[in-house]
Design a protein around this ligand. Sequence first.
Ligand code: ATR
Length: 275
Amino acid sequence: MKKWFAVIGDPIAHSKSPNMHNTWFNEMNIDAAYIPIHVKSEDLENAVASLKILGASGWNVTIPHKQTIIPYLDELDPLAEKMGAVNTVLHLPDGRLKGYNTDGAGFVHSLEEVIGKDKKNQGVLLIGAGGAARGIAFALKQFGYHNLTITNRTVEKAEEIIYELGEGRALSIKEADQLLDNFGILIQSTSAGLANSEFKLPLSLEKLQEGAIAADIVYNPLMTPFLLEAQMKNAKIVNGLGMFVHQGAIAFNYWLGQYPNTNNMIKRLTAELSS
Ligand code: ATR
């Protein structure tokens, strides 16, 4: 029987996930389909029950349902449990629903594709302490990056993540700015770089280390104000597209046990977003 998958969120029309997964199904000769479904918060419980009854093999979960879907799942992968957020659901053969979070691991895969796996001892500065930052912080720890500092406009939120991680330190934006030359890897996870938000860098980058790596989780636009500024200061930059593609590829692998071609997809979406 044809398998089918979905992404649920509100809004959902602009999601690039259906295009990405359907392309992979075609490339890999998998008889499956992936559709976007607009689900409002008040309909989430019914939507999950419907997806189950209608036999979806799995689905992605995006804003605003990543946390609120948890009570409707039967089992959580340990990392998703720590993160308190789910972006991938697997409908198991026995009918149970298992939640995963592939966002953080997707980010680390994307980072390591560009910088390699030998920079785990570098000082990492994570800017932002929202849902995305939380996922990345836990994934960094899992992948062996133990020299983590989190800075955030609201420093208490950074302290909270550090407390839950059980390692690392939290700094105010001002402190992080002053100590910037201590960090080899900077990760921008705030919404300050989003297309429609007011242009404002979360921190100044004045003391950016020579040869530092600067990564952003935003992929539309591909070149954020943060990456532009970092590039001008000779940093090696990593845009957010790789994270998007790899979070999808890891989800695809949970559903189907095969890893799709991420390089071609990154090239294809880069061309689309650059035109
Ligand atoms: P997400 O799930 O995408 O991470 P979020 O949980 O709403 O979204 O978190 C948004 C992050 O962007 C937070 O770290 C937020 O800082 P605060 O915790 O102080 O609110 C940060 N942020 C949003 N707009 C910002 C701005 N203009 N300057 C600096 N930080 C900003």
